[in-house]
Ligand binder design. Structure first.
Ligand code: PEP
Ligand code: MN
Length: 323
């Protein structure tokens, strides 16, 4: 009850009772009580979806955090998992050399795009199945499991024959038929944040996958559109600890697409791990300037190795803060 003085009358706002009724107080009042029911405001179409809209992904849905197993890598386990590889698979030589450098640097998963969703229809869009075959060859040589992007539900069967983890890219975060299809696949899924998606939209996209019975989902913060175009995107680093509060799913960071700038990949990687990220996904190329896609953000093998060392140091210092 909240009394407030309005000229000569006293207005008392009554909260709805637990049983849903609105009853006036029984004590005698003078002048007599006038009860005016005030209907709840109709939800506006732009009002945020209530937090309970996502059920299966919310932190409270589980007693423990979800660990996503990809080959021998455990994303969401005790140590951050390093994923590295080229933006696009370009040739056998390129992918085999990169896979071996990734493994030597302590990387646990190889990335590489075979089906590339490019902003321009004229840009290199990947080698398709040949790219998948080269990734599988690199896995056979190094033992590293492979994550690669699937861009349509029709490609699902093909890509899952070669991949250990399916990536749903930023441009497809709200492609609901694709989300349902990867949910039904039962494979580990890397769900990147949409180019301009809110945390809630992102968690609801993950909810689509869990609603199909697949809880092997890793969220990947890769920067969002902001007002400043100096960098490719704006990395939302606070999303990392926030998501640890909101969901039981593991969260990794992609400093490559977040910044678009080679010189920033090392410091941003260290910051992401300090903030509690369960891993990193980084674009690596034997000759970064020659990369057919995303050259400006690709790091060379020496830089990737330095990132591996730095990340292990920060993870050791941060251990105990994030359980
Ligand atoms: C990628 O990982 O190569 C990619 C296209 O990323 P994003 O979907 O985050 O742009
Ligand atoms: Mn890329």
């Amino acid at each position: 009850m909240q009394p407030s003085r309005l000229s000569k009358r006293t207005a008392i706002r009554l909260k709805r009772s637990a049983r849903g009724g609105q009853r006036p107080p029984t004590a005698p009042l003078h002048p007599p009580l006038l009860v005016v029911p005030i209907p709840a405001p109709a939800p506006s179409p732009s009002a945020p979806v209530p937090a309970r809209a996502y059920k299966l992904v919310q932190r409270a849905a589980r007693t423990t955090r979800t660990v996503v197993q990809v080959g021998d890598a455990r994303i969401g386990g005790t140590a951050p998992v390093l994923i590295g590889g080229p933006c696009s698979v370009e040739s056998e030589e390129q992918v085999l050399a990169t896979a071996s450098a990734v493994r030597s640097a302590g990387g646990q998963i190889l990335r590489g795009g075979a089906f590339k969703p490019r902003t321009s229809p004229y840009a290199f869009s990947g080698l398709g199945e040949e790219g998948l075959r080269l990734l599988a060859l690199a896995r056979a040589r190094t033992g590293l499991p492979v994550v690669t992007e699937v861009i349509t539900p029709e490609d699902m069967a093909l890509v899952s024959r070669y991949a250990d983890m399916l990536q749903v890219g930023s441009r497809n975060m709200q492609n609901y038929p694709l989300l349902r299809a990867v949910g039904r696949s039962g494979m580990p899924i890397l769900l990147k944040r949409g180019l301009a998606a809110t945390i809630e939209e992102w968690l609801l996209a993950a909810e689509y996958i869990l609603a199909e019975g697949n809880d092997q989902v890793v969220l990947c913060e890769r920067g969002i559109r902001g007002i400043d175009t100096t960098l490719r995107n704006q990395l939302d680093l606070s999303a990392v600890p926030l998501l640890r509060e909101l969901t039981h799913l593991p969260v990794i960071v992609d400093p490559s697409h977040a910044t678009g700038r080679r010189s920033l990949i090392l410091p941003v990687s260290l910051a992401a791990v300090a903030a509690g990220a369960n891993g990193l996904i980084i674009e690596v190329h034997p000759e970064p300037d020659q990369a057919l896609s995303d050259a400006a953000q690709a790091v060379d093998f020496a830089c990737f190795a330095e990132i591996g060392r730095g990340v292990r140091g920060v993870a050791a210092a941060a251990a105990g803060y994030y359980l």
